[in-house]
Design a protein. Structure first.
Lengths: 372, 247
C-alpha cells in the first residue's frame, strides 16, 4: 500500500474495498458507501474531536527538549483534563519517523515538564521508561486554553506538511477527547449523513477517546491499543437496541466504535448507557455480539487495528484482502482509502475460494456514487 | 442583575437553564455582555468569547461562573482554538450566539470611500467568522439534537441587512450575507435537528452604536438588557418543547 501523504479527508477518488458476509470481495468508490446499506440498518460513528495532543517543551531536571504525546485519560468527562498517560520523545519532531526519534532523558516520578505555558509533573512510569502518567498543575480553563493554543495534532512522518486541527476533526466531531483522529469518520460528510437518512438508515454516535496508533517502540506498540475511555449515551443505546431488535445490521464507523460497543455489551450483557474504559482487545478469538460490519481505514498486518478485523472474517479472507490492497495500490494511514468488512455469515463461507470482483471503473458504480 | 433574573424567569416560561450550554461571541460589551449576565443569572452554563484578554479576565473575575475565552472570530487561525475551549469548558453545546460584529470603516463611509481592507474585516467578522465557528461546532450541536436537545444557532443581524442605508455599505452587505447564510444553514440543517436563525435586536445603546452614530440620542435607543431579554425569551420558546417532553 502507499502512504496517503496529503491531509485530504475525502478525496473524490477515495476507494473502498468491500468484503461481504459471503466472503466475496469487490471494490468501489468510497463515496458510494451508502449503497451498501439497507433500510433499518444503523450506522454508529465516534463523535470524538481530536485534541492537539502533541506538546513540545522542556524536561526541567535536565533542561533537555522533549515532545509529549498525550495518549490516554481516565474518562471522557470534560472536567477530567488534569491527568493523562503520555508517551515522551526526545528532541525533534514528527518529520523524523517515530522509531528513529531520540529517547527522552531518564524520566522519574516527581520530574517537572514545562510544556509551553503548562506545567506537568510525572506521577509514575507506566512499566516503560518513555510511558508516563502526568498531572497538569494548572486550572482547567488554563489547561484547555494552553492545549488549544500550544498543542499540535499528533502526526507522523508520512505527511510532510504540519497538520492543522481542522485536518484532524471529522465532520461530526464534538467532544475534544481523542488523541488521534477516529479517522474512519472522515468518510462521513453531511451529504452522506443525509443520504443514509433518506435510505431509512439510522445514525447514532458514541464518544470514544481514540488513543495513539504508534509509539515508535516495539514493546509499547505491542501494548496498543491503550485503555480508552468512552461514553454511550442512553439515546444512542436505545436507538441501537431498537434497530437491532427489528433485524437492522449495526455498521461501525471505525475500530473505536467496535471496541466501545463490544466492551459495553460484555459488561452489561446488553447495550445500555455506559461511561467506561475499554480495556478489551478485539481479535480472532472475539465473538462479536453487536457489530455486524465495519467501515475502517486500510491497516498494515500486525497492527492492532488489523487484528480487530480478524473478529469479522477468517484469516484466509483477510490475507486475500491484504493482497488486493497491495496489488491495487490502495492508500493507507489516516487519510487513505477504506475497507468495509462484514461479519462472515457462517464458517462454510470461509471454506469457499475467495472471489474478487473489481467494479471500481464500472459505470454503474460511478453512477451510483453520483446519485447518492 | 437580580431583578433581571426574576423577569427572565417570568418572561419565557423556562426557569431551569442548568442543562443548557451556551456560547456567546463578543461577550464583553453591549448585547453580548447583557446576554452573558442574564444567561448566567438564569442558571445556564455560559462560555463567552472576546478579543481583549484584559476584558475577558475582568468579566471572569466578576462572574466566576462564566467561562471566558480570548479569541478573535475574524481570524481563521483562532476558530478551532475557540471551539476546543468552548467544548472543553462546557462539555458540549446547545446554543451558539454569533454576536461579535464589525462595522467596517470607522467612521462609517460611503462605499465609494470604503477601503477594501475595512470591507474585508466586516466580512471576516460578520460572515466568515460565524460560518467557520458554526461549522467547527456543528458536530457538537448535532450531538445535542441526537440526545434530545433542540440546538439553536443565533446570528445577530440588523435592519441594515435588509434596508440599504447610505454609509452602512460594508456592515449592511455583510449582515445581508449573514442573514441569507442563516436561512440556508437552517434549510440544510433541519434534517439534523439544528435550527439557525437570524435575529435583529434593533438599535441599541451599545459601544458599537456609539462608534457608528456618535451624535445619536442614547436615551432613544433600546437598552442592551432589553434586547437580551427578548432574545432569551425567544431561545426559551424554542427550547420549551424539550422541557415539556422531559416532564
Amino acid at each position: 500500500m502507499i502512504p496517503a501523504s496529503v491531509p485530504n479527508q475525502r478525496p473524490p477518488d477515495a476507494r473502498l474495498l468491500v468484503v461481504d458476509s459471503g466472503g466475496k470481495i469487490r471494490d468501489m468508490l468510497r463515496s458510494s458507501f451508502p449503497t451498501l446499506l439497507r433500510s433499518g440498518d444503523i450506522v454508529v460513528a465516534n463523535d470524538a474531536a481530536t485534541l492537539p495532543a502533541s506538546i513540545s517543551g522542556v524536561h526541567k531536571r535536565t533542561g533537555r527538549s522533549i515532545e509529549v504525546r498525550l495518549a490516554g485519560s481516565e474518562s471522557v468527562f470534560h472536567e477530567d483534563v488534569r491527568q493523562f498517560s503520555a508517551v515522551v520523545f526526545g528532541e525533534g519532531n514528527y518529520r523524523t519517523p517515530t522509531e528513529r526519534r531520540p529517547s527522552p532523558p531518564e524520566l522519574r516520578p516527581g520530574d517537572t515538564l514545562q510544556l509551553g505555558p503548562l506545567t506537568a509533573t510525572i506521577l509514575q512510569l507506566l512499566d516503560h521508561p518513555r510511558f508516563v502518567m502526568i498531572h497538569f498543575e494548572d486550572a482547567n480553563g488554563s489547561i484547555w486554553e494552553s492545549l488549544a493554543r500550544h498543542g499540535r495534532p499528533i502526526q507522523y512522518a508520512h505527511i510532510p506538511t504540519p497538520l492543522a486541527v481542522w485536518d484532524t476533526w471529522t465532520p461530526i466531531a464534538g467532544p475534544p477527547v481523542a488523541f488521534e483522529p477516529p479517522s474512519a469518520g472522515f468518510a462521513l460528510d453531511w451529504r452522506t449523513l443525509d443520504a443514509i437518512h433518506r435510505l431509512g438508515v439510522h445514525f447514532a454516535t458514541i464518544t470514544h477517546a481514540a488513543g495513539i496508533s504508534s509509539t515508535g517502540d516495539a514493546e509499547l506498540d505491542a501494548r496498543l491499543p491503550f485503555d480508552e475511555p468512552y461514553r454511550i449515551a442512553e439515546s444512542a443505546a436505545r436507538l441501537i437496541r431498537l434497530a437491532r431488535a427489528v433485524g437492522g445490521r449495526l455498521i461501525a464507523i471505525g475500530t473505536t466504535v467496535v471496541r466501545a460497543l463490544e466492551h459495553a455489551v460484555s459488561i452489561h450483557g446488553s447495550l445500555r448507557e455506559t461511561t467506561g474504559v475499554a480495556t478489551n482487545r478485539i481479535s480472532a478469538a472475539t465473538e462479536l455480539r453487536l457489530v455486524d460490519a465495519i467501515l475502517s481505514g486500510t491497516h498494515e498486518p500486525g497492527t492492532s487495528h488489523h487484528q480487530l478485523l480478524s473478529a469479522f472474517v477468517d484469516q484466509r479472507i483477510l490475507t486475500k484482502m491484504d493482497q488486493i490492497l497491495e496489488q491495487h495500490a490502495y492508500r493507507t494511514h489516516e487519510f487513505g482509502d477504506s475497507v468495509f468488512v462484514e461479519k462472515s455469515r457462517d464458517r462454510a463461507a470461509w471454506m469457499k475460494p475467495v472471489e474478487f470482483v473489481t467494479g471500481y471503473h464500472h459505470d454503474d458504480v460511478l453512477t451510483k456514487a453520483i446519485s447518492v | 442583575m437580580a431583578n433581571e433574573s426574576e423577569e427572565m424567569g417570568k418572561g419565557q416560561e423556562l426557569t431551569d437553564w442548568k442543562s443548557i450550554r451556551v456560547a456567546v461571541t463578543g461577550g464583553t460589551s453591549g448585547l453580548g455582555l447583557a446576554l452573558v449576565h442574564m444567561l448566567l443569572d438564569g442558571g445556564a452554563r455560559v462560555a463567552f468569547i472576546a478579543r481583549n484578554r484584559d476584558r475577558v479576565e475582568r468579566l471572569v473575575s466578576e462572574r466566576a461562573d462564566a467561562r471566558g475565552i480570548t479569541g478573535d472570530v475574524s481570524q481563521k487561525g483562532d476558530i478551532y482554538s475557540i471551539a476546543i475551549q468552548i467544548l472543553g469548558e462546557l462539555g458540549g453545546l446547545d446554543v451558539l450566539i454569533n454576536n461579535a460584529s464589525s462595522l467596517g470603516p470607522i467612521p462609517l463611509a460611503p462605499l465609494a470611500d470604503t477601503n477594501c481592507e475595512d470591507f474585508e474585516l466586516a466580512l471576516q467578522t460578520n460572515v466568515l467568522g460565524p460560518f467557520r465557528l458554526t461549522k467547527a461546532l456543528l458536530g457538537a450541536l448535532a450531538a445535542s439534537a441526537r440526545e434530545g436537545g433542540r440546538p439553536l444557532v443565533v446570528n445577530v443581524s440588523s435592519d441594515a441587512a435588509i434596508n440599504p442605508y447610505p454609509n452602512w455599505g460594508a456592515y449592511g452587505a455583510s449582515k445581508a450575507a449573514l442573514h441569507h447564510l442563516s436561512a440556508i444553514w437552517n434549510a440544510e440543517l433541519a434534517s439534523q435537528g439544528i435550527q439557525v436563525i437570524s435575529w435583529d435586536p434593533g438599535d441599541m445603546d451599545t459601544p458599537l452604536h456609539a462608534v457608528a452614530v456618535p451624535d445619536a440620542d442614547s436615551t432613544a435607543l433600546m437598552r442592551p438588557e432589553d434586547a437580551a431579554r427578548e432574545l432569551i425569551s425567544k431561545i426559551a420558546h424554542h427550547m420549551l418543547p424539550v422541557r415539556e417532553a422531559s416532564q
